[in-house]
Design a protein around this ligand. Structure first.
Ligand code: NAI
Ligand code: MG
Length: 493
């Protein structure tokens, strides 16, 4: 295999869109209906390409291919070490294509190319490699039961995994879902988000080229209520892994009742990021800034409620505002851009409506608050100060570059307020007092707690939500469990 890297595109015009069809049973095919939909460049609002609009008929074909590859094919039965080797090869191939994949992600999603290259791609490659190493390390146990028996468990793949991913980290969410599913020996039907199908389609081709058997990976691009819902309802699909909005997860729960699918959900958040006066103030400012503005604020774990201890509030807000005002918003392909456009008009409109609500509810907009330019879905990084707990900007997931700063002076009260949300995805605390930090970590009800840091992700560290932020965990050893069934075998001796 050659080790030459793909060339680095420097603008949207240089990006090569290679695949626009459904990928079913190892072949590129148009949607059965012949329909297509446009995927747009959010920086220009221009169409990039027409994509096959899969629906129930295409999901049916994909589910049958995945079922056949699972029931009759070699995939779940092959030497687990060889499955791992294919995943390693896929990771190597992604590394060779890193510039092309990063540019494709930036073109379709709008995130700065620097971020795609520095974060999305390395994290995605790491997740595939991490799970490649797990393929041959999944095993059961022997159990001493009463009587003269040999009793043991086997961990077997769950079957066909339906995977529905969002648009905020398209390639990374693919990697978090393909890695454990394929390592465990499952086959996959994936529906990428309608806003960002391009990297997922490219990945299907790379998987084919490195030797994944036909039917193991199938991609049906299309919309949620049609293609997505068809995956959820299909009787040949055993499990749904979903990342997106909690309201969609509620629909999926209802739609999956008939076939009793196994479900894992990674949903939204309104994560508290708490700054005590004894913290390293510059680090806390930087952490609040990254924790919210990363990825145009389109992060499930965004630190969107920043609680600041009263005695350091003024210094904190002053420093944070100064840093935020320097944030460079613009062409995601430009070298110095730190923030690109929001993913689409619907998200742009939703965020602008929350900015209006924040102003209307009496919060103080200390910077931002407006659209940037008149083409593309760009929004100025926005900070609201003096936010009260019951304002909609403090309760609702905005999923954009809008931060709410709240003040506290009593720790007990702050913990109660931090937990006073139906979400529970992540939380962070900034303090030099280790007892305080661990106390916070134990008492805030969220799946991830960061202490003196934010957005630290690793393929080995489980990630997921408490409460309405989801159930099940992705990443780490815990991330494999939802892709396996445990079988108990008892032998009379
Ligand atoms: P969404 O939950 O509707 O979309 C996520 C994925 O689910 C997409 O692939 C979509 O096509 C699919 N989907 C939609 N309806 C479906 C259905 N009935 N059955 C099966 N699949 C379905 O999220 P959307 O509409 O893109 O964004 C709305 C809000 O959701 C955002 O503003 C944000 O607050 C939140 N969100 C949270 C994400 C996270 O990472 N936790 C990611 C994306 C959105
Ligand atoms: Mg939706």
């Amino acid at each position: 295999m050659s080790t030459t890297l793909s060339p680095a595109p420097k603008s949207a015009n240089e990006v090569d869109v290679k695949h626009t069809e459904c990928f079913i049973d190892g072949k590129w095919v148009p949607a059965a209906s012949g329909k297509t939909f446009a995927t747009l460049n959010p920086a220009t609002e221009q169409e990039i390409a027409q994509i096959a609009e899969g629906d129930a008929a295409d999901v049916d074909a994909a589910a049958k291919a995945a079922r056949h590859a699972f029931d009759a094919g070699d995939w779940p039965k092959m030497d687990a070490r060889d499955r791992g080797r294919l995943l390693y090869k896929l990771a190597d191939r992604m590394e060779q294509e890193i510039h092309a994949l990063a540019a494709l992600e930036t073109l379709d999603n709008g995130k700065p190319l620097n971020d795609s290259l520095a974060a999305d791609l390395p994290l995605a490659i790491d997740a595939i490699r991490y799970y490649a190493g797990y393929a041959d390390k999944l095993h059961g146990s022997t159990i001493p039961i009463r009587g003269n028996y040999l009793c043991y468990t086997r961990r077997e793949p769950i079957g066909v995994a339906g995977q529905i991913i969002p648009w905020n980290f398209p390639l990374l969410m693919l990697a978090w879902k393909w890695g454990p599913a394929l390592a465990a020996g499952c086959t996959v039907v994936m529906k990428p988000a309608e806003q960002t199908p391009l990297t997922c389609l490219r990945m299907a081709q790379l998987a084919k080229e490195v030797g994944f058997p036909d039917g193991v990976i199938n991609i049906v691009p299309g919309f949620g209520p049609t293609a997505g819902a068809a995956c959820v309802k299909h009787p040949l699909i055993d499990k749904i892994a979903f990342t997106g909005e909690h309201r969609t997860a509620q629909i999926i729960t209802r739609d999956s009742a008939e076939t009793l699918k196994r479900l894992t959900f990674e949903l939204g958040g309104k994560s508290p990021n708490v700054v005590f006066a004894d913290a390293d103030m510059d680090a806390a400012v930087e952490g609040a800034y990254i924790g919210l503005f990363l990825n145009q604020g389109q992060c499930c774990c965004a630190g969107s409620r920043v609680f600041v201890e009263k005695s350091c509030h003024d210094e904190f807000v002053e420093k944070l505002t100064a840093l935020t005002m320097k944030r460079k918003v613009g062409d995601p392909f430009a070298e110095d851009t730190q923030q690109g456009p929001q993913v689409d008009k619907a998200q742009f409109d939703k965020i602008m409506s929350y900015i209006d609500k924040g102003k209307g509810e009496g919060a103080e907009c200390v910077t931002g608050g407006d659209r940037v330019g008149d083409t593309g879905y760009f929004i100025a990084p926005t900070i609201f100060d003096n936010v009260q707990d019951d304002m909609s900007i403090a309760t609702d997931e905005i999923f954009g570059p809008v931060m709410s700063v709240l003040t506290f002076d009593d720790k007990e009260d702050m913990i109660r307020r931090a937990n006073n949300t139906f979400y529970g995805l992540a939380a962070a605390v900034w303090t030099r007092d280790i007892s305080n930090a661990h106390d916070f970590a134990a008492r805030v009800r969220a799946g991830t707690i960061w202490v003196n840091c934010y957005d630290v992700f690793d393929a080995a560290a489980p990630f997921g939500g408490f409460k309405m932020s989801g159930y099940g965990r992705e990443l780490g050893e815990e991330g494999l469990k939802p892709y396996t069934e445990s079988k108990t075998v008892t032998v009379k001796l």
